[in-house]
Design a protein around this ligand. Structure first.
Ligand SMILES: Nc1ncnc2c1ncn2[C@@H]1O[C@H](COP(=O)(O)OP(=O)(O)OP(=O)(O)O)[C@@H](O)[C@H]1O
Length: 202
């Protein structure tokens, strides 16, 4: 039976293999939209990627009115992280939201749909082993209609796990003091500049 080539000695976890199998060419095409970002989107993008690159860790909350470009920004951030072969995990609090983000469909079972910890869709602890957690660079989640949350790894394992499971905000397991918190505000995009960065994605 054909075997999937391992890219790393620790890549025996199917979630890691799965998250590293994005089409790099398509991701690079998505990144063509970087120059279209508004100055505020660019500031947020640079700040979050810098936290990823320097492995500082952190928790960012991007807030803005509906349609101001939070998802646009997150698609570019996910592509930025994934195009380097790193893992960006998208989780969503609603069925609609997960459909908007590439990879969201695959991660619905890791999503904040597991608001109820007894939910059968709640993430299984074996899959979320420390190999997987240690390989994630960022976790993005919508959690109110107008707010997106980005956790940048490394976070303390308990906080990372709680964020992925969507419990950090729903069950009060974590407080903003446990991670660096930033509130960054997105503004109205200039629609004349182009389309959705994810539009070229399959
Ligand atoms: N800098 C930009 N350049 C061009 N188009 C943009 C830019 N920012 C956002 N858009 C476009 O504006 C539209 C709305 O953006 P988006 O869906 O990201 O908003 P949102 O803040 O996530 O909205 P909601 O809170 O309702 O989910 C999308 O079509 C998106 O592609």
């Amino acid at each position: 039976m054909p075997q999937v080539a391992k890219t790393h000695s620790k890549d025996s976890n199917v979630l890691i293999l799965d998250e590293r199998s994005y089409d790099r060419e398509a991701l690079l095409e998505t990144l063509v939209s970087i120059p279209k970002m508004t100055p505020e989107q660019r500031k947020i993008y640079d700040e979050i990627l810098e936290a990823v690159n320097k492995e500082r860790g952190g928790m960012f909350f991007v807030s803005g009115f509906g349609g101001t470009g939070k998802t646009f920004l997150w698609k570019l951030l996910s592509a930025g992280v994934r195009s380097r072969g790193d893992i960006a995990l998208n989780v969503a609090s609603s069925g609609i939201a997960y459909l908007l983000l590439q990879g969201g469909e695959e991660t619905i079972y890791l999503s904040a749909d597991s608001i109820d910890p007894t939910d059968t869709k709640a993430v299984n602890d074996e899959a979320l082993d420390s190999d997987f957690l240690n390989n994630i660079k960022s976790v993005g989640s919508d959690f109110l209609e107008r707010l997106h949350e980005v956790a940048v790894i490394p976070l303390p394992e308990r906080l990372a796990r709680a964020t992925i499971q969507g419990r950090s905000r729903f069950h009060g397991e974590t407080t903003p003091n446990e991670a660096r918190s930033d509130v960054l505000r997105a503004t109205q995009p200039d629609r004349s500049r182009g389309d959705d960065p994810g539009a070229t994605q399959p």
